[in-house]
Structure formats: C-alpha cells, structure tokens
Design a protein around this ligand. Structure first.
Ligand SMILES: [Zn+2]
Length: 205
C-alpha cells in the first residue's frame, strides 16, 4: 500500500497539476505536492520575456516556484516584517499558486514588485495586453467592484489578496483566450480567472 501511495505521488509530481487547478485559501495543495517549475510554463515565460524585451520592456523573475515549506518560510518572514498587511498578499503554505510551478512574479530588474516606478508600470501594462498571447493570465486583476472578494485595490478593506499586476500564471493558450474574451481584465466586470478553475479533487492519496 505504501508503495502504491508513493507511486501515486511520483506520478502526480511528474505530470503536474491540471492547468485549471483552483488554489486559494479554501483549496490548498497538499504538503507532498512538490512538482518544481513546469517546463511548458517556463518555455512560455522565456518567449514572453524575449518578446517583451523586443518592445523595450524588461522583465525579471522576482519569484517563481515555491514549495510548500518555502511558502511557510515566506509567510513567517512577512508576518514579522509587515504584520499589518501580510494577510493581503501572502498565502499560507499550500494556498499559493506558486506551488503549482506555473506562476511567476515579474518585475523590472532591480525594482521591488510593489514599487510604482514607471518602469514597473510599463511592464505591468504590457503584461495585461500581451500575457495571454503566451498562455498566461493575471491571477489577481484590478477590479473596481466594491464587494468581497472583488475589492482588491492597493489598500483593501476586505479582501483575500490585493491586486497583483506582477503575478502571472500559465494556463495554456485556449483557457487564457477564454478569460480574455469573458472580460476578466475589465475593472467593471466581476469575472475572475478563479471562475474558470476547478478544485483538484484527486490529490489526497
Ligand atoms: Zn505571485
């Protein structure tokens, strides 16, 4: 039996999670799921970064794959450094899309992601306009809808995660196009990427 469980885990590591796996505070990934950066997402990201640079936009990876235990360490550190706001943008272990191996935080080289430096602004606007051409979406788009969970402005009153223009997730071309067509980037439109995702039900051996 133990061998079967181990085989199950290895297979899931090799295959990764489905691209439409829902990950949030209520749908955590298990501790054992440690797939590393996913090759399709990494090559799509390389293509995106190359294209951006041809448009004069520079993008560096600020944060990529994070394992369950790494996420725990990040959360602990943020709660010490920024106790009043950590809840807004740091997920607990298992609850971060970074554990999927398909999510990346991009930044203009040398800046912090939350910096409102005009170079970051250029990068983030470029991502909004172009990420879907490479199969990426912005997981936490800007919304002007006031009620939970849409109130995700910079200083939210009630929210799970603030607007994160730097956080992109690879979902494949077809799903990314579907989300664009549904208007998920429109601040007045309540559609979110999470509406297109499914809980990953087969992960508990
Ligand atoms: Zn992120």
């Amino acid at each position: 039996m133990k061998l079967l469980v181990e085989l199950y885990i290895v297979l899931h590591m090799l295959m990764g999670a489905p691209l439409n796996t829902l990950v949030d505070a209520r749908h955590p990934l298990p501790r054992w799921f440690d797939p590393g950066p996913q090759p399709d997402a990494v090559s799509a990201l390389e293509a995106l970064v190359t294209e951006a640079s041809e448009a004069g936009i520079r993008a560096a990876i600020y944060s990529g794959y994070r394992s369950y235990s790494k996420q725990g360490a990040v959360e602990d550190r943020e709660r010490i450094v920024r106790p009043s706001t950590a809840n807004y943008y740091i997920a607990s272990p298992g609850c971060s899309e970074h554990q999927l191996g398909t999510a990346f935080d991009l930044v203009w080289p040398g800046l912090k992601v939350e910096s409102s430096d005009p170079r970051n602004e250029r990068l983030y606007i470029w991502l909004e306009e172009n990420a879907h051409h490479y199969g990426f979406v912005l997981s936490y788009p800007y919304k002007e809808i006031e009620e939970w969970p849409y109130n995700n402005r910079w200083m939210p009153q009630v929210t799970e995660i603030i607007h994160e223009p730097w956080h992109i997730r690879y979902v494949g071309m077809s799903l990314a196009e579907d989300m664009i067509a549904a208007g998920y980037l429109d601040p007045q439109n309540s559609v979110l990427p999470q509406d297109f995702y499914q809980p990953w039900t087969s992960i508990n051996p």
